[in-house]
Design a protein around this ligand. Structure first.
Ligand code: AMP
Length: 547
């Protein structure tokens, strides 16, 4: 794609924001080392009552790197991390990068089959998880696999009480599982052999279904992550005086880049709280003076619904961005009326290593009068996004087509998936599967999706995956899964099922069947039994006519 081509959106940029990134900044590990060398006492991570300084985080990640190296982890290996938002997550990330290995974040809500797929596909040689996930999910998934397991309790490295409710199993029930904390406590001061990642080396393998098919590992290189961090820094004017509220899941690209990578690279302290709790989050914002976050819109809706916060003033919390799912303009207005601070839209994909578009800081996104859609923003520095028609031709402003995005944050491909890569990523950028238009001023609006994804509270659910599970049930003849509107989640998962002749199953049984096999957010909230599902003349089930 010709980056020099006309970019009407540049006129929307805030003062001092460059059109392009110029020389790319160093990788995050190198930037982190520079901060440690400068002032190792500055705050890096805040968790409960604990404050971990940059020097602590450096030492702990050295200790873990030495421990992982002793169990065979080396350059090019993959380290799977299945954790909530705990301080050991960034420590594992640094330790892996120090060894030249990449991180494979895994959603802790995943069940055995979902985890097994990622472990097999990535070939991870170690999985770092928490004791409460060990039994039964992890234990079952790793039973016949050559993979080491290390556990870290959510209370590790926290001082004082955390609002953490754990499931009943504890690592104490599972002997012989190395503990991350023990590796840190027993560390003899040795350091891993110093190495610096190459730009093209994989920093993260982030599993996503992209626009189609089973989850694939998007290879977010160290160059991609450094570019994304530089984009955030320029766009939101991020520096060490900011404080990041780490409320997006760290296992998703938003958390791993817009919380972990950016904090480690800039010296902005990162506030973590294990899992999201709305009242606790408001208290953390006030206690730490948070200035920046990126979160799904359901987080902001939950903050508005905390009892007794009518008078709360969050004006200092002004670098607020929300992405991952469509945002109703009325929600942004209500939040501003309540808290005095504006939620800026941001848009991207796992494959764009976080944002491709964002609303300039301090600017209000326009609303398209035709569709009522709030703009997702304009392409960020160094990024070119075109709207293309079905024939691949670039369409003029105002016309509806698929967004195709190119820039230094766009991945080169998917792990072990040359065909999937070729389908999605070309010289003009990545085909997003999102449908929308650009107006004359360069604002982008999303109005539809080519891909069949359902977005529930920002989590992506692929109907095919849920249907595949329903088809495993002996009573199910046909199944179709669709997204239906939901006031809080945006969309929610609904299933339509016809049963085999003579077979019996209640909607409740089918929901329970799915919940045993899929992360809870993917299981249908409702199942409607029908004699027949609507089909095309060729027999294809018409998903879009349901719901
Ligand atoms: P993921 O790879 O999980 O980050 O999902 C990326 C997808 O989320 C995009 O392709 C969009 O479909 C959707 N998405 C991300 N940000 C927004 C937004 N601001 N508004 C609407 N949809 C969004």
């Amino acid at each position: 794609m010709d980056v020099g081509a006309e970019r009407p959106w540049l006129g929307r940029y805030g003062a001092g924001v460059p059109a392009d990134l110029g020389t790319l900044p160093p990788d995050v590990l190198t930037a982190f080392r520079g901060l440690v060398a400068g002032d190792s006492t500055r705050d890096c991570l805040r968790y409960g009552d604990a404050v971990l300084a940059f020097g602590d985080v450096d030492r702990f990640s050295d200790a873990l790197a030495v421990g992982l190296a002793a169990s065979g982890v080396g350059p090019g290996d993959r380290v799977a991390v299945m954790l909530q938002n705990v301080p050991t997550f960034p420590i594992v990330t640094l330790a892996s990068w120090k060894l030249g290995a990449s991180v494979v974040p895994v959603n802790p809500m995943y069940r055995v089959a979902e985890l097994s797929h990622i472990l097999d596909d990535s070939g991870a040689c170690v999985l770092i998880t928490s004791p409460d996930l060990l039994v039964p999910i992890v234990a079952e998934a790793v039973r016949d696999r050559a993979i080491a397991v290390v556990v870290t309790d959510p209370r590790d490295l926290a001082d004082g009480e955390l609002p953490v409710t754990l499931r009943d199993a504890d690592a104490a029930d599972v002997p012989d599982v190395p503990r991350l904390l023990a590796l840190i406590e027993q560390h003899d001061g040795r350091r891993p052999e110093p190495r610096t990642p190459a730009r093209e080396d994989a920093a993260l393998l982030s599993y996503t279904s992209g626009t189609t098919g089973p989850p694939k590992g998007a290879i977010n290189s160290h160059g991609n992550v450094a570019a994304s961090v530089a984009i955030y820094v320029a766009w939101m004017d991020i520096g060490p005086d900011d404080v990041c509220l780490g409320v997006a899941p760290l296992f998703h690209i938003t958390g791993s880049v817009a919380h972990v990578a950016i904090s480690l690279a800039t010296g902005m302290p990162l506030v973590l709280a294990h899992r999201f709790d709305a009242a606790e989050t408001l208290a953390l914002v006030a206690r730490h003076g948070c200035t920046f976050t990126v979160a799904s819109i359901t987080v902001f809706i939950a903050l508005m619904n905390v009892d007794g916060v009518a008078g709360a003033d969050l004006r200092g919390f002004r670098k607020l961005y929300s992405g991952g799912a469509p945002i109703a303009p009325a929600t942004v207005e209500a939040f501003e009326a309540r808290f005095g601070t504006y939620i800026h839209s941001i848009y991207g994909m796992t494959e764009t290593t976080s944002p491709s578009h964002a609303v300039p800081l301090g600017t209000r996104a326009p609303v398209d009068p035709g569709t009522g859609a709030l703009s997702v923003g304009v392409p960020v520095p160094g990024t070119v996004c075109r709207i293309v028609g079905d024939d691949g031709r670039v369409l003029p402003a105002g016309q509806l087509g698929e967004l195709v995005t190119a820039g230094p944050q766009v991945v080169a491909g998917y792990w072990g998936e040359p065909e999937g890569t070729a389908r999605a990523i070309g010289p003009d950028g990545i085909r997003t599967g999102d449908v929308g238009f650009m107006d004359e001023a360069g604002w982008f609006f999303l109005v539809d999706r080519k891909k069949d994804v359902i977005i529930a509270s920002g989590y992506k659910v692929w109907p095919r995956e849920v249907e595949d599970v329903l088809y495993q049930h002996p009573a199910v003849r046909e199944a179709a899964v669709v997204g239906v509107a939901d006031a809080y989640r945006g969309e929610t998962v609904a299933a339509f099922v016809s049963l085999r002749a003579g077979a019996d199953a209640t909607p409740g049984e089918l929901v329970a069947f799915c919940r045993e096999r899929l992360a809870a957010y993917k299981a249908p909230r409702s199942v409607e039994l029908r004699d027949e599902l609507p089909k095309t003349a060729s027999g294809k089930i018409l998903r879009r006519s349901l719901g």
